[in-house]
Design a protein around this ligand. Structure first.
Ligand code: SF4
Ligand code: SF4
Length: 81
């Protein structure tokens, strides 16, 4: 577990169930609800704030909101100093 505090805002009304976000997420944050044909953001604490899910969604149904104060975010920057 990465343990981030990022948030993911999801609009079920805008979502058309194309599954692109589910296929795009390289960690296990997004699962798929086959019954409702919608993504389920299950393990948000593992989100790497890569914005790929938000980028691939042509319906603008996903907004990733990084927590810039999180310890994980600061560690990510530290390694490039
Ligand atoms: S990419 Fe967007 S429209 Fe497609 S399943 Fe994900 S949220 Fe829904
Ligand atoms: S921002 Fe990246 S890591 Fe986070 S849920 Fe979206 S695709 Fe997965």
């Amino acid at each position: 577990m990465i343990n981030t505090n990022h948030k993911i805002e999801f609009s079920t009304e805008k979502c058309v169930g194309c599954k692109l976000c589910y296929k795009a997420c390289f960690v296990d944050v997004i699962r798929w609800d086959e019954a409702n044909k919608k993504p389920v953001f299950k393990y948000v604490e593992d989100c790497e704030h890569c914005f790929v899910c938000q980028s691939v969604c042509k319906r603008e149904a996903i907004v990733v909101v990084p927590d810039f104060t999180s310890e994980h975010f600061q560690q990510t920057f530290e390694q490039y100093r």
